[in-house]
Design a protein around this ligand. Structure first.
Ligand code: SF4
Ligand code: SF4
Length: 427
């Protein structure tokens, strides 16, 4: 027991040292040119507050490292700057020095989550709540049964080693939309008090199940059913874990709780092994990116083949659509090192896609990742992005991510790619 505690402590110290070293290496590349500010969506949305822009985040990280180097502790207020980063990586695409302010922000959040080097507690109560409920129930809101309801009446092959893995992202959107509204209505203090109560009594998380956008839930369930229908039409035999499906830990990772994420990802990997999984079909870009890129870094035993559902649709034929259509590409596909363009490829099979000026490596995020903690910022960014998509003159706007859909659905022209593909499928 003493040996285990000692080893955990040693690993924790190594992790912290590596974290600070990685942050140092990233920020010292900055030549302070400001190019990143021209593409960072949070800067204009915040009224050009420099601390809520890409260069400001790098500057704050640099100041933080300076304080830690001098005093071993920091009293800087850093949470708003790092937590408001969308993790879109638009800044990296234009930085001549190769700095990724998204990565800087993630490392900054990890320092906040660790909290041993900060004099003030910068952790967000709602982030603590999500992490503690996820660790306890393997779902951010303790709603595993609710998250499996979309599959009622559908048939899966429990003997298949190919897993249809929702990652719970489509199912959680109706709740996060409402939770964000509750914070705006009740205010920060009351929301924090509720979050702290749930953190210490994770069983109460089921109360959040009462806060749900029913109309959005119906839409999200339909998208999952349409993805299932497409894969079935392509004759893919697949298993689905239903209520046993573990959430992948996306929020835990995104919020910077790295030690917790490492342990959690171990548990998820073990469940996949126990269920005989070899191939994982993901249905959203966040889960795809997490499993494909982050899991192998943190879990050496993670040896699964991870794909996105459009990888399996080559044999299908689709009816042509002559209406002008645009696509909002997901940041977690298009702005990542290994860009993935499955959604664009399939949209182009059906229709002539007209892309907005900010597309490809110049893509602008929908603002969705900020919805829970910075609702107003998120609204402002999504309005701007929606207008850019409408300015293409297209009558239809396609999305390929539940977060993007949830944030951009400002009129009936917005549709998830799954339903668009299913509607045009030649039977
Ligand atoms: S573009 Fe790169 S080098 Fe220039 S200020 Fe931003 S992070 Fe620094
Ligand atoms: S990742 Fe996106 S939101 Fe974060 S600093 Fe870079 S451009 Fe701005």
């Amino acid at each position: 027991m003493i040996r285990r505690v000692y080893l955990t402590g040693v690993r924790f110290l190594i992790e912290k040292t590596e974290l600070l070293k990685e942050l140092q290496e990233e920020v010292e590349k900055c030549i302070n040119c400001g190019f990143c500010e021209s593409v960072c969506p949070t800067l204009p949305a915040s009224g050009f507050r420099s601390s809520i822009g890409a260069r400001g985040r790098v500057d704050i990280a640099s100041a933080l490292l300076g304080e830690l180097d001098k005093n071993g502790k920091s009293s800087l207020a850093i949470s708003e700057s790092f937590y408001s980063c969308l993790d879109c990586f638009a800044c990296l695409q234009v930085c001549p020095a190769g700095v990724n302010a998204g990565k800087v922000s993630h490392l900054g959040k990890s320092i906040i989550a660790d909290s041993t080097t900060l004099e003030i507690n910068e952790r967000k109560a709602i982030a603590d709540m999500i992490v503690s409920v996820t660790v306890k129930t393997m779902n951010p809101l303790g709603l595993r049964k609710e998250c499996s309801k979309w599959s009622g009446g559908l048939e899966f092959d429990s003997a298949s080693d190919t897993l249809f893995y929702t990652g719970n992202m489509y199912q959680l959107m109706p709740y996060s939309k409402k939770l964000s509204g509750v914070e705006r209505m009740m205010g920060q203090k009351a929301t924090d008090a509720m979050a702290r109560l749930i953190s210490s009594h994770p069983g109460l998380s089921r109360l959040t199940g009462l806060m749900k956008d029913d109309a959005l839930e119906r839409e999200m369930n339909r998208f999952l059913q349409d993805i299932y229908a497409l894969l079935s039409a392509a004759k893919i035999e697949m298993n689905y874990l239903g209520e046993d499906e573990p959430y992948p830990g996306t929020f835990i990772f995104d919020l910077g709780y790295i030690s917790e994420f490492r342990r959690y990802a171990d548990r998820v990997t073990e469940i996949f092994h126990q269920k005989g999984v070899r191939n994982i079909i993901t249905v959203d870009p966040h889960t795809y990116d997490l499993l494909k890129v982050q899991y192998p870094k943190y879990v050496p035993e993670f040896d699964f083949d991870v794909c996105y559902y459009t990888d399996f649709l080559d044999a299908l034929e689709f009816e042509k659509d002559h209406a002008l259509t645009t696509l909002h590409e997901p940041c977690h596909f298009t702005l990542r090192e290994e860009a993935y363009n499955g959604p664009l490829k399939y949209a182009m099979k059906i229709t002539d896609v007209v892309l907005p000026d900010r597309s490809g490596k110049k893509l602008m995020c929908c603002g969705g990742p900020d919805e829970l903690l910075f609702g107003n910022l998120s609204d402002e960014i999504s309005r701007e992005r929606f207008q850019q998509l409408k300015n293409t003159g297209a009558g239809k706007v396609l999305t390929a991510c539940p977060i993007c859909y949830s944030n951009l659905r400002k009129d009936s022209s917005v549709q998830d790619l799954s339903t668009y593909l299913k509607t045009h499928l030649k039977i």
